[in-house]
Design a protein around this ligand. Sequence first.
Ligand code: HSE
Length: 436
Amino acid sequence: MKPINVGLLGIGTVGGGTWTVLARNEEEITRRAGRPIRITAVADRNVDLAKQVTGGAARITSDAFELVRDPEIDIVVELIGGYTIAKDLVLEAIANGKHVVTANKALLAVHGTEIFRAAQAKGVMVAFEAAVAGGIPIIKALREGLSANRIQWIAGIINGTTNFILSEMRDKGLPFADVLKEAQRLGYAEADPTFDIEGVDAAHKATIMSAIAFGIPVQFDKAYVEGITKLEATDIKYAERLGYRIKLLGIARRRQQGVELRVHPTLIPSKRLIANVEGAMNAVVVQGDAVGSTLYYGKGAGAEPTASAVIADLVDVTRLHTADPENRVPHLAFQADQLVDLPILPIDEVETAYYLRMRVEDKPGVLADITRVLADHNISIDAMLQQEPGEGESQADIITLTHRAIEKNVNAAIARIEDLPTVVSKVTRIRLEELN
Ligand code: HSE
């Protein structure tokens, strides 16, 4: 059987892993795909590295544009990352009639609409299993395995760097800054970790999942993004005492008025399986109306786990490229003309539960004042904890867990609480999801 020819853009960690796994499992992959999948050309600025990895078995070029125009190439695998050159290359590949496999979550979350439209017009596939949660086949699950369901919500630990940092903060009781330094030393966090620790990477992935789950366009610009940089070890400890763990969750939830799309540190009950996902691992819970709750767990990054997803896409494209484009699985799970305009709700309209921590004077009536403000704003209390003042201290920490409330009401209540003369600190507010 004639091989299908793949052009690889970028032979760094994931590209190298893709080369290795394709070579190692060639026989089985061919039996699945129906024909051999061969990387016949590689474009990388580091030509020496490319030569070393491929051992002369592929044509090497430093000109990525030349590769995407090469008439011999059937599928382009984009592993360059970023929004700029990668976007031009992907659009050029599509314009040249090539199918595209990409791990580029940033590109799809921001420019997905334009890219999928171009692919649709040209009748080519853009496959992106590796863009969300690395080796976990969550795109396949959402797009195909769960296609009977009305999906209600998705909540995922979809950034390994931050999950590693949060696990270490909890295990060792250390502050964020110390753990970040250690994570960088161990190679779990990049030299510039901004996208990870500020929640941007997780928001890219949540945006992609929201589109596939609800049949809406990708709208990263409307996502609420809050990272873990301001999280204090104290709150991780208090959460634990109350039976919760704090995780950076990417959440997409369907409500009647629209979709909540948000990334932020979140208390979740310790007894949930996802609360026990530690270190750099990823996990995603999907709630469907028919299937109920399903959980997907695995490695969200790394050479071979990500290559696993890239190659699964290569197999899919190889199987389907001769099919009529109308009969392929749609890019965003729903037929391209069936996407809906369900709005992404502003963060003020989000409905969730809250953890509130404040420091107060240990005097009569303080709790009554706080609970009155909450009641005035239609916020119901679920649990309360007062840490007794230390020896010789006259102030105490009060932690309140609320039932579900609308965020703008909670913010208004916080402003009033901070005005109380007996409340001596700002209120620390962390969202809480029971995930049930
Ligand atoms: N930097 C990501 C993470 C992996 O830490 O999970 C690639 O998205």
